[in-house]
Design a protein around this ligand. Structure first.
Ligand SMILES: Cc1cc2nc3c(=O)[nH]c(=O)nc-3n(C[C@H](O)[C@H](O)[C@H](O)COP(=O)(O)OP(=O)(O)OC[C@H]3O[C@@H](n4cnc5c(N)ncnc54)[C@H](O)[C@@H]3O)c2cc1C
Length: 443
């Protein structure tokens, strides 16, 4: 009789974003065949390469080209399930997940659980925000915002009333960190270039306002670069309001904390992130905002076999402080955690996560950016070129790199196409009086 094979260690990873997918990929390389069974679960069978998400929004890149297909990113050694995890029984070591279209949940038992569920946009209880606000977090958000922008151009083109027309073409972006600044800069350029393709519109009809609660933009960037970005945004015609926030939203206007009313039909909320709803309700130690508190090796505090990485976790960095919620940190935490899990499986001691932040780059529109990479500071076109080069190199898989490069090359020679893809319902339905019934201008 041959002896029964030892049961394989079961590793379940929830979330196949930057952190979870990297962890799974690194485990594929580190684990010997048969050493463990890795199950990765995510609602989507791709992850969004968020640094290029706004580019998909403005049509510089095809939306499909800013996502990374999981089944190409990983080999068949990792089992993947496209499903939503709805519960975790930490005592019993079980994960409950729902496959799309199935009524009954499925159960996955684990010996090690990795929580990599990311974050969601922070949406404070501002009246009107849930009904009228837009986000820029998912692929659907980016495509939806582009559809919204084009819809507004179409309506403004036939709107006889000048004030109404300007309100239709007024976009407010709340939050002036990386995604807010990039959204404002790029959509300002997109709308102004788009307006040129309409008979009754001119670029000056477009208005973009950035509203930021802090006294400066890009708080994580060196002050000099943030000042440069501010000057560039203003030179491009963007109205930047500092130490201000939005206190109320309606279909056709927003009210600022100063009491001022801005007539605008589109408000994009890009002011911070919040904990993922699943991770928030798990019986695990959390900080005041619900993020999972971890030990320096990635273990959730007080747990032997539950680990957390990426935006969902608070991972201490060497020398005090914590790693920031960025793709850069998520990828490197995913790789460090895979090594620690492999160490545990082989009876070795884990190591604390230790990596240096390489810096940050932010696009600000008009082929301009600011960059602070390992202490080297750049601004303007040079920084923008560095920004594109870095993300092209970072984009996983050769086929994705090729697609991105082709899109960028074609963009040099052809005008952007002002077409509504109509893939996302949000923002396409008229949401209130817009004044375009007063007379259809020939256009
Ligand atoms: C517009 C924008 C631009 C950005 N630009 C940059 C940048 O230039 N540089 C940078 O470093 N960072 C950038 N970031 C931040 C970066 O995207 C995040 O820090 C990073 O995605 C975090 O990685 P993660 O793996 O923790 O989460 P994510 O990448 O968000 O992955 C989480 C995954 O978990 C899945 N999931 C969540 N809940 C469940 C559930 N219940 N069941 C199953 N699956 C679930 C989600 O579907 C998702 O795929 C940007 C973010 C945005 C929104």
């Amino acid at each position: 009789m041959t002896p029964a094979a030892a049961p394989r260690t079961r590793i379940v990873i929830v979330g196949a974003g930057f952190a979870g997918a990297t962890c799974a990929r690194r485990l594929e390389r580190l684990l010997r065949p048969g050493e463990a069974d890795v199950l990765l679960i995510d609602v989507h069978n791709f992850f969004v390469f968020t640094p290029l998400l706004v580019e998909a929004g403005i049509g510089s890149l095809e939306p499909r080209h800013v996502i990374v297909p999981i089944r190409q990113f990983l080999s068949r050694r990792t089992r993947f399930r496209m499903a939503e995890v709805t519960g975790v029984d930490v005592q019993a070591g079980r994960v409950l997940y729902h496959m799309m279209g199935e009524d009954e949940p499925r159960v996955a038992e684990y010996d090690h659980l990795v929580l990599a569920t990311g974050s969601v946009t922070s949406l404070p209880p501002v009246p009107g925000l849930a009904e009228h606000g837009f986000e820029i977090k998912s692929l659907a958000d980016a495509v939806g915002l582009r559809d919204r922008a084009i819809h507004m151009l179409e309506r403004a083109n036939v709107c006889a009333d000048e004030a109404q027309r300007r309100a239709l073409l007024h976009f407010i972006v709340v939050g002036a960190n990386y995604s807010g600044v990039e959204t404002a800069g790029e959509f300002n350029e997109f709308l102004r270039a788009g307006a040129r393709q309409y008979r009754n519109l001119k670029p000056a009809d477009v208005r973009v306002t950035v509203v930021e609660r802090l006294p400066r933009i890009l708080p994580a960037m060196p002050a000099g670069l943030a000042q440069y970005a501010l000057r560039k945004l203003r030179a491009a015609g963007i109205d930047v309001r500092l130490e201000t926030t939005v206190s109320r939203l309606a279909a056709d206007h927003a009210v600022l904390s100063t009491g001022e009313r801005l007539d605008a039909h589109t408000v994009v909320w890009a002011a911070g992130i919040a904990q993922n709803p699943l991770a928030r309700v798990l019986p695990l130690p959390q900080d005041a905002r619900g993020y999972l508190l971890c030990e320096p090796d990635g273990r959730v505090r007080g747990q032997q076999n539950v680990w957390a990485i990426g935006d969902t976790a608070v991972n201490p960095a060497p020398g005090g402080g914590v790693y920031p919620p960025t793709a850069q940190a998520a990828v490197r935490q995913g790789a460090c955690l895979a090594q620690n899990i492999a160490r545990v499986l082989r009876g070795r001691a884990t190591k604390p996560f230790a990596f240096r932040d390489l810096g940050a780059v932010s696009a600000i529109g008009c082929r301009s950016a600011v960059a602070d990479i390992m202490g080297i500071r750049l601004s303007g076109f040079a920084a923008w070129w560095v920004w594109r080069t870095i993300y092209l190199l970072k984009m996983p898989t050769l086929s994705r790199k090729a697609r991105v490069m082709i899109d960028w090359t074609l963009e040099l020679f052809f005008k952007r196409e002002i077409v509504q893809l109509g893939l996302h319902a949000r923002g396409l339905t008229p949401r209130g009086p817009v004044g375009d019934t007063q007379g259809d201008r020939a256009g």
